[in-house]
Design a binder for this molecule. Structure first.
Ligand code: ZN
Length: 140
């Protein structure tokens, strides 16, 4: 005697989908690619645009980080030129500090075999000799 296994019907359940920004359920039967609420206006006339808000928030930290990065480069280049005009190409840490030139803000750095640190800035290299505490600035 064999038991007949009843084949379950192929049911497609449509799970409720929600706006990626505000989490409100999206209307059933909406286009499958829709991920956000439709743009709507409240009584005060203010626009609610979940899609734009979502992408603005996502981009914001990147924009802020990029802006501060760019500002860092601009400030340093001008400051480095000022330091060279005042003190020449070999300077002390105190002279760099006085002009807010932070080696940690360099675009990148290398460490040479003899222990010198080469900090790359926009337009300049600053070669720091940790033994003497002097920094040599080169235009590039
Ligand atoms: Zn929404």
């Amino acid at each position: 005697m064999s038991k007949k296994i009843k084949q379950l019907p192929d049911i497609q359940v449509e799970l409720p989908r929600h706006c990626l920004h505000c989490g409100r359920p999206l209307p059933a039967g909406e286009h499958k690619l829709r991920k956000f609420c439709a743009v709507w206006y409240d009584q005060t006339g203010a626009v609610h645009d979940c899609k734009s808000d979502y992408h603005t928030i996502k981009k914001k930290p990147v924009n802020d980080e990029f802006r501060s990065y760019r500002n860092g480069i601009t400030v340093d280049s001008t400051a480095i030129a000022t330091v060279i005009s005042k003190f020449g190409n070999t300077v002390t840490t105190a002279q760099l500090d006085a002009h807010d030139i932070q080696l940690a803000k360099s675009i990148e750095y290398d460490i040479t075999d003899d222990g010198k640190i080469i900090s790359h800035f926009h337009g300049y290299l600053i070669i720091s000799d940790t033994a003497t505490g002097k920094h040599q600035i080169q235009s590039i």
